[in-house]
Design a protein around this ligand. Structure first.
Ligand SMILES: [Zn+2]
Length: 281
């Protein structure tokens, strides 16, 4: 082979290697694997949305048990909150995991044993939870063991309200123990700020258990799996949002939620990043 062609080939290989390496360390790399939209972040914040997907899974049968309805608008909302938060922080984005498959095929907010009926759904389930648990571990490693997960859902009972789901404070146990109850229910807490902006929070930022959170919306599998009552968890809050906040007012609510997250993390999660992010996307 003539030397000139060899040079061309080695030049191309060098370019390809450098380019691929550059991509793998790019903060904004978004992965869409098994219909799970995810990206790593630069903040100790993880936004999750398990029920907002619309995609058909051809080889998976529709479930015959449990809730089949999707949480309309929560997928789009999760992406919008991520975008708004990135604007507020001038380029730092939260971690994100959002399901794109329809809930009727698998419900990733359940233990694997009753999340799906078709064996073909298992790889989608595993992708969603492997990504979530990798991000929780990465946040803990990078930000001094602390972080906040916000799990976005939809409820049909009250179009303008937000039901809080934390197992009555259980999934934010470390936040309360380390920073006091005000970090959970005070004016600078996440939900305290949303209340100040005029949103109706149920329960209305009263102390955990007084009164108890609504039994239908008091925190599902996700926040109970990754919450800070677990040694390897982070503080986790489930938000059950009325349809108005997910549809007509989605953009405004995304902006307000992002602002509340930003202020919360400035006050209670001051980043002490020391280790660069890994490539768990
Ligand atoms: Zn839901």
């Amino acid at each position: 082979m003539p030397l000139r062609i060899l040079n061309l080939i080695s030049g191309f290989l060098l370019f390809a290697t450098t380019h691929l390496f550059a991509q793998s360390t790019n903060n904004n790399t978004t992965t869409n694997n098994h219909l799970v939209h995810s990206h790593p972040g630069d903040l100790p914040i993880l936004i999750t949305a398990p029920h907002g997907g619309t995609n058909v899974l051809k080889d998976v049968l529709t479930r015959t048990n449990g809730t089949l309805l999707r949480d309309d608008g929560t997928y789009e909302l999760a992406l919008l909150v991520s975008e708004e938060l990135t604007k507020l922080t001038k380029g730092k984005q939260p971690y994100l995991v959002a399901a794109q498959f329809h809930r009727k095929y698998l419900d990733v907010n359940r233990p694997a044993t009753n999340a799906f009926e078709s064996p073909g759904a298992k790889s989608y389930y595993d992708t969603y939870h492997n990504q979530t648990s990798n991000y929780v571990a990465e946040i803990r490693q990078r930000f001094g063991g602390e972080g906040l997960m916000i799990d976005l859902h939809g409820q049909a009972r009250d179009a303008a309200s937000i039901f809080r789901g934390t197992g009555n404070g259980v999934t934010v146990l470390r936040l309360i123990q380390k920073q006091g109850e005000a970090a959970f229910t005070g004016t600078n807490s996440l939900l305290g700020q949303l209340a100040t902006k005029g949103y109706n929070i149920i329960p209305n930022n009263t102390p955990p258990g007084k009164p108890p959170e609504d039994r239908s919306y008091n925190g599902g599998f996700t926040v109970r799996t990754y919450g800070s009552h677990k040694d390897d968890g982070i503080d986790a809050i489930q938000l059950e949002l009325g349809s108005q906040l997910r549809r007509a007012d989605r953009k405004k609510f995304a902006t307000d939620l992002a602002q509340a997250i930003f202020t919360f993390q400035e006050k209670y999660l001051k980043p002490t990043e020391s280790i660069p992010k890994s490539k768990t996307d």
